[in-house]
Design a protein around this ligand. Structure first.
Ligand code: ZN
Length: 98
């Protein structure tokens, strides 16, 4: 066999820091992020880093505007200190999502 089939499931949660959803992708072969399988008290490892680039109108260069770096552990979001939003360094309960 020369190919291995890998299926991917995405889990979304709402991030109050960015005011939109982030996703973890979980691979069926257990490569990549690890998920504890608990939908009420989820834990994922390792951390999730989201950056949103924007084009600087003056220089024409792409720059990092928003940075969101977090761990989801035991149903809580642990924001790292390098986030660009107000929740940096804080731990909060995961919001409900519909
Ligand atoms: Zn975020």
């Amino acid at each position: 066999m020369k190919l291995k089939k890998v299926e991917v499931v995405y889990y979304s949660f709402y991030c109050p820091g960015c005011k939109h959803e982030h996703q973890y992708s979980i691979n069926s072969d257990n490569s990549g992020w690890q998920f504890n399988g608990n939908l009420e008290k989820p834990s994922f490892t390792p951390s999730l880093l989201n950056t949103m680039p924007v084009k600087n109108a003056e220089t024409g260069k792409w720059e990092e505007k928003e940075r969101c770096h977090l761990f989801v552990t035991d149903g809580k979001i642990n924001y790292c200190g390098d986030c660009s939003h107000e929740y940096k360094g804080q731990t909060i309960e995961l919001p409900e999502i519909s």
